[in-house]
Design a protein. Sequence first.
Length: 255
Amino acid sequence: MGLVKCPKCGGSISAHTHNCLHCGFVTNVLDGDKVACPNCGTASSKSVCKNCNYDIGEYYFEKGCDLLDLGKRAFRSVSKENESLRNLLIAAKLGQPDALNMLGICYRDGIVVKRDEERGLDCLEKAALEDCSMAEFNLACCYELGKGTKINYREALKWYIKAARHHNKDAIFNIGNFYMQGYGVNVDYEQAIEWFEKLGEYDYEAQYCAGICYLNLGLTRQNLIYAEKCFRNGARGDIEDAREKLDFVRELLRR
């Protein structure tokens, strides 16, 4: 019988025994195009069973969603880890977006499975195309950092904006940073401020960055007043240099 690649360690799996010859991982649950619905037993190739409308993908995702935590524990149960991975692989096979996102993170970062950044990127792209907010954000990070692909700031910004439309706060902050630093776009401090201020006065890091942008727009009195407010909020969160910048702005306002 032929050999296939183990999704966990990258070793060889016998198509006859379904066991990885290196780590022992069993993959027979991935054979064929369909999965039996846990509710009615109907074979399905889709996440939702056509016979009873049971969400098969969600069922297997929930059974495998502790995989990231298991992989990060210093002392972990290999059997529990393998069981979670199998469930996650089934959910991903059915196209369940959250499972594809989690599996993408696992492959990208080498958590539980052998690191494969390109495979991780592929999983994240499939999930992002299904409007999974976290996958949109994680895919953007891959393009920003060059994980599984070349660095592409424009593509990263596109996916950060999609994630921001789903109210992903980290994506909103990163968009502001892209406009502030000029990653994939021309530097635009006004646009950066607009994105940073979407996060509110209690996001201290965003407030600090907005303050920097106001200073970079020019030391007019109006900009200094706005910057003073932003640095004051940043100082409340003990952001490094916020207190120093606040004192600097207040000194300028006293003149």
